[in-house]
Design a binder for this molecule. Structure first.
Ligand code: M6R
Length: 611
């Protein structure tokens, strides 16, 4: 999704802006642009290109531009096609330059009003209204800050925006309303971005703008005003985020690298959180154990892959902790009336911590009476973490591939720890806790074994590359894993994939079965195995072709209608985590054969900051 970088320095900032944009590429975008101005205002230049940041960098290197103040942007089209004219930055009357993330909901009204005043629009974007509106406010206001404040007051929607006055390049103006912005502090230079990753080469000192904040950056200073216009201090913290995105190592894609990082990511997330066979107290934040003691119901909210991890957790909460649990897609939860159960814990799950729907759902949940909220999140300092009462920082390491892999399995580990932390005050025995903790300790080694299946999965992928549809089946806590497997396949290979709870086949989807519809089955050796065998026979009887990822003891045999890939035996509690790995590999190798853009699949974004 869109990315913003801004810099004001005593040196040329073009390379800083380009590097920042490169670091935001993983979020998904379709065009990019940079605008810079010299501190003596002798030169203003804007360059925009459709496509990758590399195309923008090549254009700049062919016709170099210099500037010590500048803003840059990667655009993920919402209003208007991905064209150069629609790419940011947008300009008004050669004076005001704007970049913007999010959506201005009242852009039509503003556009009409500004057109009547004589402003000429050169793009189909909602962003351009901000540039013209700010330019028009400058006529009335005493200074740029007042004009910027008056402009922001008229915007409706969720956005983060940065403005540059080309006639006064000694300041940048930024506003946050629903879309994140972080300030980076240097010495004699300051920066801002929509994600701290963009600024790690130039600073490690950051503060996060809060909702409604306006910031004015100069080379020597950053002044922040809150929603009421009062000058405020926002805490500056030292970031320990590691960004290793520049290095794919021996891997062709970040996605594959991240799949292979799962054993170490799981070790890292468990580090200091389990000890002597039990889950350590207060791992969800100071005082969290006391809060979790009183929990009688869990409400989980998330989107996409994170929603699937929440669905697995529902099975776990009700089985191991004897606590009722609902899971809901954030974009549904936020627009309906829902009931708050007494002593509920609200859990949001998000890799990025900036997903607009999840954030809005958290805010709504607080409004309607949830007393305790916990975020399971991979990005320290993200909006979800800052706005939740408790947090589990996943420590999965930066995830660059748009298709979430290691974040998913690490989310599941965090959720299983949460189930234990809640369950130990309910029905979960000490022995059961020890069993789960010991299974979790063994998980990284089990995943290494699954990664060794890679060669066999590559061969299997060849059967899929010419298919247009597929079906994923699982039962119990493997049903969400089937859903996640289907999401991965469609996301990066563009093959239509649907997931069903295997028992549901006979209620409709069986009609789809034929030799052109591969059926993928996840089959650990659990109490539902016999039922699953029957479902497999239902498919076989209708001429379906099956690919079964089965426990070594699950008694499936390869034949002309079924290819079986043996998955190492594991404890029941960790099976959903383990079985998600071969499905990740399958979708990766299918996408590789199809030649799609694995790390940045079409139309998708890593961090979905608009609703
Ligand atoms: O950052 P989040 O976990 O909140 O993101 C939610 C979804 O957008 C995300 O999981 C998406 O479904 C992934 N691209 C799936 O691979």
């Amino acid at each position: 999704m869109c990315g913003i970088v801004g810099a004001i320095a005593q040196r040329d900032v073009v390379e800083i802006l380009l590097e920042g944009l490169k670091r935001l590429e993983y979020r998904g975008y379709d065009s990019a642009g940079v605008a810079v101005v010299n501190s003596d205002n002798s030169e203003f230049k804007r360059v925009r290109r459709v496509g990758k940041v590399k195309a923008l960098a090549d254009a700049i290197h062919e016709e170099p531009c210099l500037g010590s103040t500048g803003i840059a942007h990667t655009r993920w089209a919402t209003h208007g096609e991905p064209t150069e004219a629609n790419a940011h930055p947008h300009i008004s009357k050669d004076r005001i330059t704007i970049v913007h993330n999010g959506i201005i909901e009242n852009h039509n009204v503003l556009r009409d009003r500004l057109s009547q005043k004589g402003y000429v629009f050169t793009s189909a974007t909602d962003t351009e209204v901000i540039a013209h509106l700010l330019e028009s406010e400058l006529d009335k206001a005493s200074d740029m800050l007042s004009a910027f404040q008056a402009t922001i007051a008229q915007l409706e929607g969720a956005y983060g925006t940065v403005a540059m006055d080309n006639q006064n390049p000694d300041h940048l103006y930024a506003a946050r309303s629903g879309s994140p912005l972080v300030i980076g502090y240097g010495i004699g230079e300051n920066f801002l971005a929509s994600d701290q990753l963009a600024l790690l080469p130039v600073t490690r000192r950051f503060s996060f703008l809060e909702e409604g904040d306006i910031a004015v950056l100069s080379r020597s200073d950053v002044v922040i005003y809150d929603q009421a216009g009062t000058e405020v201090e926002r805490e500056i913290s030292e970031s320990d985020v590691v960004h290793d995105a520049g290095d794919k190592g021996p891997f062709k894609h970040y996605m594959l690298k991240e799949i292979y990082e799962q054993p170490i990511a799981i070790k890292n997330t468990l580090e200091g959180r389990i000890k002597s066979g039990v889950v350590v107290e207060d791992i969800f934040g100071p005082g969290s154990s006391e809060i979790l003691k009183g929990i009688e119901h869990v409400q989980i909210i998330a989107c996409g892959t994170s929603f699937h991890s929440g669905m697995v957790a529902k099975y776990w909460f009700e089985e191991h902790a004897d606590v009722s649990c609902n899971v809901e897609i954030a974009s549904e939860f936020r627009y309906r009336k829902s009931k708050v159960h007494p002593n509920s814990l609200l859990v949001t799950i998000s890799q990025s911590g900036e997903t607009a729907d999840t954030l809005a759902a958290l805010r709504l949940a607080k409004e309607i009476g949830y007393q305790s909220s916990l975020s399971i999140c991979n990005v320290p300092g993200s909006s979800l973490v800052r706005e939740s009462d408790m947090a589990y920082l996943m420590k999965a390491g930066v995830e660059i591939g748009v298709a979430s892999t290691k974040a998913f399995t690490v989310q599941l580990v965090g959720l299983l720890l949460l189930v234990v932390a809640v369950g130990r005050h309910k029905s979960l025995s000490k022995e059961a806790e020890r069993d789960i903790v010991s299974a979790l300790s063994a998980l990284p080694a089990k995943i290494e074994q699954v990664l060794d299946m890679s060669k066999a999965i590559t061969l299997l992928a060849e059967d899929f590359a010419d298919k247009h549809h597929s079906l994923f089946l699982g039962r119990g806590d493997q049903y969400p894993i089937a859903m996640e497997g289907a999401l991965k396949l469609k996301e990066i290979s563009y093959i239509h994939a649907e997931a069903y709870a295997a028992g549901e086949l006979k209620h409709g989807p069986l009609a789809l079965i034929d030799a052109d519809m591969p059926v993928i089955v996840v089959a650990p050796n659990n109490e539902l195995l016999e039922k699953l065998h029957s479902n497999v026979e239902e498919v076989r009887a209708r001429g379906g072709l099956m690919y079964v990822f089965a426990d070594t003891g699950a008694n499936f045999k390869s034949d002309s209608t079924m290819k079986v890939l043996a998955v190492p035996h594991c404890e029941k509690a960790i099976a959903p985590i383990l079985y998600s790995v071969p499905l990740q590999l399958l979708s990766y190798y299918v996408a590789l054969i199809k030649g799609t853009d694995v790390d940045q699949p079409r139309n998708l974004a890593k961090s979905v900051t608009v609703e």
